[in-house]
Write a protein that binds this ligand. Structure first.
Ligand code: AGP
Length: 613
């Protein structure tokens, strides 16, 4: 998601703009920029890459002024580039705009403006806004405010905007429709930001702009009005100034923050493990290629959510490498007499690296001669210290007891490892590797779009959270997804939930179906029989009046006849669909828990790391 900050006051704006953007970095971005009113002109500095690049640009070309707007961009329309980064200007360079959201009718607006001799510099939807305001002024709007309101009434879609006009040195404008934007109230200084952490410790209160509201920030105060110009008296809320609130980055819980961090985490993992030719590199694995070429067998052991990742990894590894692969629970494996030896690669999956049952299994495998590969999130953990090689999930501290970003990172790591090993063993071609890599690179944006549907998912959770139980079903790669969705639901909402292989319905679970039972069906479209089989399962459930909640691919209309509720997700390869689908189920569980009033970050009876049997 993009991040927006703005400042109006008696100090220099640049220091706040940079501080505020740094506090929004968790949102993920690929470029950054700012515009400052220097007193007689607008000065713009923007560049691709991290905020450090922008700081370098500012040290080379310093700028200062008492009002300014800043932006971190997550590219949606137009690739990451300096010209596409924000702020964007009108033809005259006298209007600067930063934007979070999507202007859905931007193309028709742009076509009209180009006929009116407006020249566009970027490929973004955002750039139509400053040109639209400029045209309204040309067409005779009585004031900048009138021009802005008229322009916004023509825009459709979602926006959070910060706007500066060279001709209005003492005013910073802000507007909101569908994308969050807050107004921070300080001591003779006022702020705008995408959310609270950007203004922590600078404000005594905030105004949460409502959809269709516009604000004018002046050195002596803030006025808010609607798109038709009528003034409103917004509610001023106090800010939770606890340091932990800053760590939560303005989210109500760590779990929600960590759910929203997933696009950034996965994008960073991909950047780390793809070389300049888009080939997969796994330097921390510490094993010579011949070891993997001569390997006979893989044993994957883990617990809880990490076990669901292991089940996924088993499917993908055997599919892409030709190896015999097994996945088991640490609490069961440690009591087995497994047939493993020096020709077996033992993969231990653990977020914490401290889970007792997983560690006990590692020690058993080592005694039997196996090489140990860890997939872990904590450098220096016991598991990492006792392994021969490691692939880190690199998702930063996961505070919420219920694992979310670590899980999707584990899935991504299994995808990277499976493709890498499959290529090494000549089981997949270079073209297939490149096809997989292209699909992997689309995953962060796909998750981003699921996150944007959180209101739909919350409404579904509100409908179904109060039943005694829920059933989750899926097939093949999405059978582990069904298990993980059910685990999320039971561990944070305390509503019983059971994950099942959809193919097992006739072997028992179909007896459960009635008009009170929500049945979450993961039926994203795949190119083969699994999708058709899932549709059959859903018909069986619907015929018995089960209440179907479908996770389906954007545009799939067949599910409309069967499902009571649908969570649409972007299309992707079936092998990678669990990484996207599970995010819908994380949010479904989250909002069920919220509706049931549980302690989401610290669910009863649970610990973040199970260091005992
Ligand atoms: C997941 O939401 C749970 N908190 C739990 O199942 C967890 O996945 C399991 O205890 C394994 O933890 P680990 O990944 O740290 O080994």
């Amino acid at each position: 998601m993009c991040g927006i900050v703005g400042y109006m006051g008696r100090s220099d704006s640049v220091s706040f703009l940079m501080e505020g953007l740094k506090r929004l970095e968790y949102r993920g971005y690929d470029s950054a920029g700012l515009a400052v009113h220097t007193g007689d002109a607008l000065a713009v500095r923007k560049c691709v890459g991290r905020l450090a690049e922008l700081e370098n640009r500012l040290s080379e070309q310093p700028v200062q002024g008492r009002s300014g707007i800043g932006h971190t961009r997550w590219a949606t329309h137009g690739e990451p580039s300096e010209i596409n980064s924000h702020p964007h200007l009108d033809s005259s360079g006298r209007i600067a705009v930063v934007h979070n959201g999507i202007i859905e009718n931007y193309q028709e607006l742009r076509d009209t403006l180009e006929k009116q001799d407006h020249v566009f510099r970027s490929h973004t939807d955002t750039e139509v806004i400053p040109h639209l305001i400029e045209q309204e002024r040309t067409d005779g709007a009585a004031s900048f405010r009138d021009a802005l309101l008229a322009a916004l009434r023509k825009a459709r879609g979602a926006y959070a905007l910060g706007i500066l006009s060279q001709d209005e040195p003492g005013i910073l404008y802000a507007a909101r429709l569908g994308s969050p934007l807050i107004i921070g109230l300080g001591e003779n200084e006022y702020f705008i930001a995408s959310d609270v952490p950007a203004v922590m410790n600078r404000v005594h209160g905030v105004i949460y702009l409502d959809d269709g509201e516009v604000a004018e920030l002046k050195p002596d105060g803030v006025t808010v009005f609607k798109l038709d110009g009528t003034p409103t008296t917004p509610e001023i809320k106090t800010v939770d100034l606890q340091p932990e609130a800053a760590e939560r980055a303005g989210f109500e819980t760590f779990m929600l923050k960590e759910i929203h961090e997933q696009p950034r985490v996965l994008r960073a993992l991909l950047e780390k493990h793809l070389d300049h030719a888009n080939r997969i590199a796994l330097p921390e694995i510490h094993a010579e290629p011949d070891y993997f070429r001569n390997l006979h067998r893989v044993m994957i052991v883990s617990c809880g959510t990490a076990y669901h990742a292991g089940m996924y990894g088993r499917l993908l590894l055997e599919n892409l490498t030709g190896l015999a692969v097994e996945a088991d629970l640490g609490s069961e494996f440690r009591y087995r007499s497994p047939k493993i030896d020096q020709n077996t690669l033992f993969i231990a999956v653990s977020q914490s690296g401290e889970t007792a049952d997983t560690l006990a299994s590692v020690r058993l495998a080592r005694d039997m001669g196996c090489r140990i590969l860890a997939i872990c999130n904590v450098p220096g953990s016991t598991l990492v210290r006792e392994s021969d090689g490691v692939i880190f999930t690199d998702c930063g501290p996961e505070i919420g007891v219920a694992s979310t970003k670590a899980y999707t990172a584990q899935l991504l790591v299994f995808a990277l490892f499976s493709i890498w090993a499959g290529r090494l063993r000549n089981e997949i071609s270079s073209d297939m590797e490149q096809d997989f890599v292209r699909a992997l690179k689309r995953i962060p944006d796909a998750i981003h779009y699921v996150l944007e549907r959180d209101r739909v998912i919350r409404d579904i959770a509100d409908k179904h959270h109060d039943g005694p139980s829920a059933l989750y079903i899926g097939r093949r790669y999405n059978y582990p997804t069904a298990l993980e969705g059910a685990l999320k639901n039971k561990e944070i909402s305390y509503q019983h939930a059971e994950g099942y292989a959809a193919g097992e319905m006739k072997h028992g679970p179909i007896a459960l179906i009635n008009e009170y039972l929500p049945v979450v069906c993961i039926c994203t479209r795949t190119a083969d029989a699994v999708y058709e089989k899932m549709m059959s399962n859903m018909k069986e459930v619907e015929a018995r009046h089960g209440r179907i909640i479908a996770v389906a691919t954007d545009g799939d209309e067949a599910v409309l006849k069967l499902a009571e509720d649908i969570i649409y997700v972007p299309d992707t390869r079936e092998e990678l669909s669990p990484i996207v689908n599970v995010v819908a189920l994380q949010l479904l569980a989250y909002y069920a828990a919220q509706a049931r009033g549980t302690d989401i970050d610290k669910p009863r009876n649970l610990a973040k790391s199970v260091t005992v049997e």
